[in-house]
Design a binder for this molecule. Structure first.
Ligand code: NAI
Ligand code: 15L
Length: 267
């Protein structure tokens, strides 16, 4: 099945670089956007240098899209103005371009960090309240809210993937709960991009089938993908103090510590 014309923002980043090969196998045309230079690696790939803060450039770059995978932005804790620009304004430009084109499936890269302050003892799902673990998490809450607004008000088809910890393999104890393997990332992205662009909104966790996971897997009626990898297979190789230290430890671990955010706030 072809996904048609897929636009991927943030294509030069860690996730984009790792998943482009698999996605181009299924896309008629894969258009890769980033503000840093990229090189096409296949006949059906196109690359464009686009700054997400440039609304007109984003609109031009999305022309002809059947689906958009929006990965671009600030991917961890940072000063709030940077997060508001890169994540909130950047996402606004992507959604606005999709609204003008119409009939586009939009997949937004949200993060598990929108709920990072829930205690590790809680098994949670998308219906639980947000509890961001920092300013980055707050910006992703806003990203999700924009997606919902554009679905409710303008009839867009938006799915937010609350990505866990995307890593080649788990490298620290927390990853035994939060890992998203490259294979499962491709599975989630493919399923989200392939769903018909019927108006509506959903937010789901994109995490591997980790025995110790904190989060509900998506209901098949919302997103038709069942993850296959389990971080447990790597547990013997992962060193460090066990995580969580106790049941009240935030799921985000060290990201939830005050100092992790305070270093981005001017004294
Ligand atoms: P990354 O930081 O490696 O890549 C982000 C890309 O966005 C970079 O190539 C950067 O040049 C581009 N970008 C940033 N600002 C831009 C702008 N104004 N205009 C154009 N391009 C811009 O991030 P990564 O790890 O690949 O993550 C991709 C997305 O997934 C991000 O939105 C991140 O917040 C989200 N995510 C990632 C997780 C992970 O484990 N890697 C976990 C949860 C969410
Ligand atoms: C994220 O959202 C970040 O982009 C990534 O760098 C990791 O920190 C990940 O969450 C995580 O929760 O491990």
């Amino acid at each position: 099945m072809t996904l048609g014309t897929v636009i991927m923002t943030g294509a030069a980043g860690r996730i984009g670089s790792a998943v482009r090969e698999a996605l181009r196998e299924e896309a008629g045309r894969l258009v890769l956007l980033d503000r840093v230079p990229l090189r096409a690696q296949a006949p059906n790939e196109e690359v464009r240098a686009v700054d997400l803060l440039d609304a007109k450039a984003v609109e031009v770059a999305l022309a002809g899209a059947d689906a958009v995978l929006h990965l671009g932005g600030v991917s961890d804790e940072a000063p709030l103005p940077d997060l508001l620009e890169g994540n909130v304004l950047g996402t606004h430009h992507v959604l606005e371009a999709a609204r003008r084109i119409g009939g586009v499936r939009v997949v937004l890269a949200s993060s598990n960090r929108v709920t990072g302050f829930h205690p590790a003892a809680h098994h949670i799902g998308p219906r639980d309240p947000v509890r961001p673990d920092g300013l980055y998490g707050v910006s992703k809450v806003a990203v999700e809210a924009l997606g919902r607004l554009y679905a409710d008000k303008f009839g867009l088809s938006v799915i937010c993937l609350r990505i866990g910890s995307f890593e080649r393999e788990p490298s620290e104890p927390r990853h035994l709960s939060t890992w998203l393997s490259p294979r499962d990332a491709v599975g989630y992205f493919r399923a989200a991009l392939a769903a018909p662009p019927t108006p509506g909104f959903a937010a789901v966790y994109a995490v591997s089938a980790n025995s110790r996971r904190f989060w509900e897997l998506p209901e098949a009626s919302v997103l038709d993908y069942t993850p296959v990898d389990d971080a447990e297979e790597y547990a013997a190789r992962v060193s460090g103090a066990p995580f969580p230290a106790d049941d009240s430890t935030p799921q985000a671990g060290r990201f939830a510590e005050p100092g992790f955010t305070l270093r981005h706030i001017r004294p």
